[in-house]
Ligand binder design. Sequence first.
Ligand SMILES: [Zn+2]
Length: 260
Amino acid sequence: MSARLLSPDEPPAFTARNLGGASPLVLLCEHASNRLPRRLGDLGLPSEELRRHIAWDIGAAALAGALSRALDAPLFETGYSRLVIDCNRPLGVSASIPERSEDTAIPGNLALSAEDRRAREEALFHPFQNAVAAHLDARQAAGRPTAIIGVHSFTPIFRGIRRPWEAGVLFDGAKDFAMPLIEGLSASGLAVGENEPYRIEVGDDYTVPVHGDGRGLPALLIEIRQNLLADDAAARHWADRLVSPIRRALAAALPAKEPA
Ligand SMILES: [Zn+2]
């Protein structure tokens, strides 16, 4: 395969929205889409596999968009499926271009050449990460208080076990940002997992360790159970529930000179 993965008429690798937003918060949605580049076909998967969680985070893009509007926050969202290359994983780890996701083999990801991998990195991974990094560089150079939230969704049942949480907050270094958010969400009656249903792994995650902790910026991931984000109205409802706890967590984590 040549280095060019996307044709000129296909959607871009990512979309940046509301870059001039006034909020100290920068939103990322790394698993926003289940789209595949045309030249990869269906990766050898039936369409029902491409509609479920292994391909994308169902409802996450709608939630991230609603949060961006409600908080006046910049948002970067990916345009292609994590099955092509996962923008929340470092390059080279097994989950970056997964040969298997949960219990599903991904035929189109088997036995890739170095050139195949590089084409995905250059077309999809680097454009997204470089745009996020440039935006964060500019904010930091300007001395703007900045925190980062990656918006995700998770499946209600994983390998036969029902997950009890409605929402999860995942963090590593940003305890001062995450704990007020967890407390705020819990106080509103939600079942919130602290570092559930996943944990941040420095060698296996990207947004939190690289864009956040690696720059000294407070960063966390919010995970919402996907059956609670069934349509746009549900996503807006969740954004409404999240806005006040996020504002309080930003105020707790960031310098007082520019309160959220
Ligand atoms: Zn996700």
